[in-house]
Design a protein around this ligand. Structure first.
Ligand code: SF4
Length: 185
């Protein structure tokens, strides 16, 4: 099952790469910026979580200890809606190759129930901030090079839907937040 899921991830990454490339005029994502990993809920399916934890098991012991300490600290506290991801170590994602779907899509504009959703880092002057009007909550212009800000069909619901389960012969399983997976297993 994990082999087939990795095929799905490769497919997803190739699609996302083209989307990010087409929107590069608006994208401020770069190594060292980890804002999206510090204030999230990190919803994911059982398949995504298991795949990520298999990768975690392969990490060097020193790194694993740091992550485990973060996990212990996180789950020792009552659940917060938004929290820092325990896999973020020194500003870098320690499970980057096997991170969850939502981590892969973050940064683009997406559709959710026919509404356009803007990545929340827009509030920090990051992605799409030059073309987003906070008062009307709308994109008001193109990038200086003429690039149009586009929204994509990359909601989690769609990307972990039955369509892809069938196509890749995988089963995503139950959805929970990262906190709940780490706390309850
Ligand atoms: S798994 Fe990695 S990319 Fe996803 S929120 Fe955590 S640190 Fe960020």
């Amino acid at each position: 099952m994990l082999t087939r899921y990795k095929e799905y991830l490769a497919y997803l990454d190739s699609k996302l790469q083209k989307m990010f490339e087409s929107q590069k005029a608006f994208i401020k994502c770069h190594k060292g910026c980890s804002y999206c990993c510090t204030e999230g809920e990190y919803p994911m399916s059982e398949l995504e979580f298991v795949n990520m934890m298999f990768y975690f098991d392969t990490l060097p012991n020193e790194l694993k200890t740091k992550i485990q300490n973060n996990i212990n600290e996180l789950i020792s506290k009552p659940k917060q809606k938004f929290y820092k991801c325990p896999f973020l170590i020194d500003g870098v994602c320690s499970v980057y190759p096997e991170r969850s779907i939502i981590c892969r899509t973050f940064g683009l504009i997406w559709f959710e129930k026919d509404r356009k959703k803007i990545p929340f880092c827009v509030d920090k002057g990051l992605n799409y901030s030059e073309v987003f009007d906070k008062n009307t909550e709308k994109i008001i212009k193109n990038a200086p090079d003429g690039t149009e800000a586009l929204a994509f069909n990359i909601s989690r619901e769609f990307l972990r839907s039955k369509k892809y389960e069938k196509e890749f012969n995988i089963y995503f399983g139950e959805d929970k937040t990262l906190y709940d997976f780490l706390k309850e297993g």
